[in-house]
Design a protein around this ligand. Structure first.
Ligand code: ZN
Length: 148
């Protein structure tokens, strides 16, 4: 309960939830939904002329885990190549599925805040939602990479 690292993580999640920097009204694409919690989110990714992600944003409603996860994801994606984006999304989803050690999140910036969530099966779907939406976006734009 008094683990200092846990509370830092809670603060990160809370901050992205209360003061999202990448939440905007988006149009033209369906929401990805998590019926078990009522979360819905959609993600917009724009690739710039240099082949890197020039803009990323999300739109939606839901619990603090799903919304903060979307904000952290958008923040992380900007400046990345679509291939690298696929890689980090894949790593994140594998950790949540228990296929990779939670320490793999250490290289993913604020996404490390979800280490605790990875151990809570009921919240895993909340955390994964935006990342799944981002994969769909990349696929739709022709950046499909084999992600298992
Ligand atoms: Zn949720």
């Amino acid at each position: 309960m008094s683990d200092p690292f846990e509370s830092v993580y809670e603060e990160i999640i809370h901050d992205h939830y209360k003061r999202p920097k990448f939440k905007r009204s988006l149009e033209g694409q369906p929401f990805v939904e998590n019926p078990s919690c009522g979360d819905k989110v959609r993600v917009s990714i724009k690739i710039g002329g240099d082949g890197r992600i020039a803009d990323a944003a999300f739109d939606g409603a839901g619990c603090s885990i799903s919304m903060s996860s979307a904000d952290i994801l958008a923040q992380m994606l900007i400046g990345m190549t679509p291939e690298r984006a696929h890689e980090i999304i894949s790593t994140f989803l594998k950790v949540l599925r228990g296929e990779k050690e939670v320490d793999a999140l250490d290289e993913l910036g604020d996404a490390a805040a979800f280490k605790g969530v990875a151990r809570l099966p009921v919240r895993v779907k909340c955390a994964a939602l935006a990342w799944r939406a981002a994969l769909l976006q990349l696929d739709q734009q022709g950046y499909a990479v084999e992600v298992d």
